[in-house]
Design a protein around this ligand. Structure first.
Ligand SMILES: *Cc1c(COP(=O)(O)O)cnc(C)c1O
Length: 390
């Protein structure tokens, strides 16, 4: 059996894979099993922030592997402490809990919000409000948080205590808050899986005001939008808000599994000994990878992310076959006349790997993608959107 056949036979059937095996890569160029090259406009769903096999990242990770690859959280290790310090220094948030994925980062955020509500206002203050069309993860609790019914249907009963309300409707949110005992409101600044849709500025700033007024925690899910993706270190920095909890994952480790829940002043002391934990959480190799990623996301680098973003939006907004372009930074959704799935398939044939989100073509290239490579990819994507002879 070749690899594709072996995978089909032995790996659980949860992914509808393309007929493509990736065997190597460097930066934003990957190769398949036949040696054909592709420009990677998906970066492992926004994970390989500096592309594949980035030299600096490899050095940081291999140095750590050769030192201590893992210790239990009973002991101190340097990368974990340094990364927490760096994240707090760059955000003004106070403490960090490390986990291994986005869903787990959100689980931590949810536990913190529930404990804060219980201690501050009473145990009935356990409801968390999230938005319709949101995505917060695949565990039973983060599925409950996810405001899309089709993810829920087959897995009842889910964790209780989540209420969904439409994005960009502050009056509806205020009603939900008045009718429930709410401890937290959790949102994505740009709904990623939901179709790459940014929240309106007035709405998110209104949510923030409401949270301040009612002593409700503002929880921002930055799993996809975080770590430079939108042209700021975190997407909330594009808005005039101050979150109480920021959860992140995907790009933070540059390709190693790492999640983080950043806790602000109100909640920095909510978790005590034994309240939460994770065997792998804060793993030194993952944290060394993350230090290499986060330390490079300075103003100059983030300006280059914005410049590439502007190029993409300008190229695509009036392109033939494109109905609309949405998103922020290097998180781009393209509403196309033809079916997004067909365009993605044709892009593969022409040597570009793209993603979809709902009915859109989604781009999440590596943040350091070479400008010339990016231009080539966008030209091919535009061609496929036109869709004559792809
Ligand atoms: C991907 C994603 C998650 C889930 O992250 P995992 O690492 O797959 O658990 C949660 N929230 C958002 C916004 C995401 O994009």
């Amino acid at each position: 059996m070749n690899i594709k056949e072996t995978d089909k036979k032995y790996v659980a059937n949860t992914y509808n894979r393309f007929d493509l095996q990736i065997t190597s890569g460097k930066g934003s160029i990957v190769k398949d099993e036949t040696g054909k090259e592709y420009i990677d406009m998906g970066s492992g769903i926004g994970v390989t922030a500096f592309g594949l096999c980035d030299d600096e990242w490899i050095k940081a990770v291999t140095e750590q592997i050769n030192t201590v690859q893992h210790m239990s959280n009973l002991y101190y290790t340097e990368p974990c402490a340094r990364l927490a310090q760096m994240l707090c220094g760059k955000t003004g948030l106070k403490k960090v809990f490390f986990s291994n994925s986005g869903a787990e980062a959100n689980e931590c955020a949810i536990k913190v919000a529930r404990k804060y509500g219980a201690e501050k206002k009473g145990s009935e203050y356990s409801t968390i409000v999230t938005l319709e069309n949101s995505f917060h993860g695949r565990t039973l609790t983060t599925l409950a948080a996810t405001g899309q019914e089709h993810y829920h249907e087959l897995f009842q009963p889910l964790t209780g205590g989540f209420v969904h309300t439409p994005a960009n409707d502050l009056e509806a949110l205020k009603r939900v808050v008045s009718e429930n005992k709410v401890c937290g409101i959790m949102v994505e600044c740009v709904q990623g899986e939901g179709g790459v849709i940014p929240l309106e500025k007035d709405f998110l700033e209104g949510v923030y005001q409401l949270c301040q007024k009612e002593d409700i925690l503002l929880m921002i899910d930055e799993v996809q939008t975080g770590n430079g993706r939108t042209g700021k270190l975190y997407a909330y920095m594009n808005y005039d808000v101050k979150p109480d909890i920021v959860s992140t994952a995907k790009g933070i480790g540059g390709g190693l599994p790492l999640g983080a829940a950043l806790l602000g002043e109100k909640v920095e002391s909510v978790l005590g000994f034994g309240d939460h934990g994770s065997t792998y959480g804060g793993n030194p190799v993952c944290c060394a990878g993350a230090l290499s990623v986060i330390s490079r996301l300075d103003d100059e680098f983030l300006a280059s992310v914005k410049a590439k973003s502007e190029y993409i939006f300008n190229e695509l907004k009036d392109a033939e076959g494109v109905e609309a372009v949405s998103g922020m930074g290097l998180m781009v959704g393209i509403k196309t006349k033809r079916a997004a799935g067909d365009i993605v398939k044709e892009c593969i044939n022409k040597g570009v790997l793209c993603l979809t989100a709902k009915d859109k073509v989604r781009l999440l290239p590596a943040l350091n993608i070479d400008f010339e490579v990016l231009k080539k990819a966008i030209a091919i994507i535009k061609d496929c959107c036109k869709g004559k002879e792809c």
